[in-house]
Design a protein around this ligand. Structure first.
Ligand SMILES: Nc1nc2c(c(=O)[nH]1)N[C@H]1C(S)=C(S)[C@@H](COP(=O)(O)O)O[C@H]1N2
Ligand SMILES: [Mo]
Length: 379
């Protein structure tokens, strides 16, 4: 009869586990985490309501690229992390050393690994759920994801420093330096290649979120690219409860500045000089799509209302509640020639789900700040 006991390292007999395999996958995982961290910092900063130093308005596609790379590097990290954890998890059952100094080092290392694994799993899991536009939690996604990212990157730095000698030793060696497996079967090289393959499939499966021509192979890309006027919709007019206000004959965009309020009906806006700009919507959830927008320059509207250049303005939606009903434009955005009060999308009047009668569209700006159903501008 066998008795239940804690397994020991020697109980794990797969010869596929080796420092040479773990180092290679670990480096790829480290790079994807690094890229994900940097692009994530940028995304967090770009979403601040009114950052001290505004994000530049050019290039117009900047946020589209950084956020696309953020979601892709996070997605590629999922298979890398799973395989990496598999290659090292027997080490969890290593007997801790006896002498007190070594024991302390051992415990410190274990603590950093616990923090790294827990934070990595949290980041990838919440990130994946977020790109499906599903928020089954009460905390603020952005601030929590951001805070946990610092735990991950801090414990990753400790982990890399501790493991550097092992990696240095293992990397120059051939992964299969002890010959092919007796009796055939998967080689370590085969495992490493399969892992690259899995990461590649994960990339292709989601890249269609932002790369149009990959859409047909991107089975996991959550946004199909169709929606009214060829553009996905995040929050519909019905969900936002704005349908009546947006279609009301009494609609007017109010612009207030220095105690004075001007009102612009849709006809007023249409009688001003019309511009067309090709600008992307780049959602933090990872999808993005470029479109041709027509409408009035925000700067022209501000001029007509007597708002001087160099003024930070805040725009407000007809939507009465909702996290994205209001956004701030630093002066550099409000004064940029490409920033529009958009009335037209792809040559047709905006559909109500894209923000009819008027929405904001500005270059290099996270989707959450491209406010739909504009009701009021305050300066
Ligand atoms: N008023 C308002 N504007 C909004 C939102 C919203 O919920 N309410 N969602 C934002 C988000 S998250 C994105 S990605 C874009 C999407 O624009 P679209 O639905 O026209 O594609 O609109 C933004 N503008
Ligand atoms: Mo979004």
């Amino acid at each position: 009869m066998t008795t239940l006991r804690v397994p020991e390292t020697r109980d794990f007999s797969s010869r596929l586990r080796s420092p040479a395999v773990t180092s290679r996958i670990g480096i790829a995982l480290g790079i994807s985490f690094g890229v994900c961290f940097v692009t994530g910092l940028f995304s967090h900063y770009a979403q601040l309501p009114d950052p001290v130093v505004p994000v530049p308005t050019a290039p117009a596609w900047g946020y589209r690229v950084t956020q696309g790379v953020h979601v892709l590097s996070g997605t590629a990290a999922v298979p890398l992390l799973l395989v990496k954890l598999w290659t090292v998890f027997p080490r969890l059952f290593l007997r801790p050393p006896r002498p007190s100094r070594e024991l302390l080092v051992h415990l410190a290392e274990r603590a950093s690994i616990a923090a790294l694994v827990a934070s990595s799993v949290f980041l990838l899991a919440t990130g994946l759920v977020n790109i499906t536009a599903w928020y089954p939690w009460d905390f603020s996604f952005r601030t929590t994801h951001y805070a946990v990212a610092w735990i991950a990157i801090g414990s990753l730095a400790v982990h890399v420093a501790v493991k550097l000698p092992v990696v240095r030793e293992a990397l120059p060696r051939d992964v299969d330096d002890d010959g092919p497996p007796a009796g055939g079967g998967l080689t370590r090289r085969g495992l490493v290649r399969a892992t690259w393959g899995a990461a590649g499939v994960a990339l292709l499966a989601t890249a269609g979120n932002s790369v149009g021509w990959l859409r047909s192979v991107s089975v996991l890309s959550v946004r199909s690219g169709d929606g009214p006027q060829g553009l996905p919709v995040t929050r519909t007019a019905r969900a936002a409860g704005v349908a009546a206000a947006a279609t009301s004959a009494a609609y007017a965009l109010e612009v207030s500045h220095g105690g004075r309020t001007s009102a612009f009906t849709l006809e007023d806006l249409l009688s001003m000089p019309q511009r067309t700009e090709t600008l992307p919507i780049a959602c933090v959830e990872g999808w993005s799509e470029s479109a041709s927008w027509g409408g009035v320059r925000l700067r022209d509207v501000l001029d007509a209302a007597g708002v001087p250049r160099g003024t930070t303005v805040s725009v407000e939606s007809l939507e009465e509640r909702g996290a994205f009903r209001r956004s701030t434009l630093p002066a550099s955005y409000a004064d940029d020639d490409r920033t529009l009060v958009a009335l037209v999308l792809g040559g047709e009047p905006l559909s109500i789900d894209h923000g009819f009668p008027a929405r904001l569209i500005a270059p290099n700006r996270p989707g959450v700040k491209q406010t739909k159903w504009l009701g009021r501008i305050s300066a």
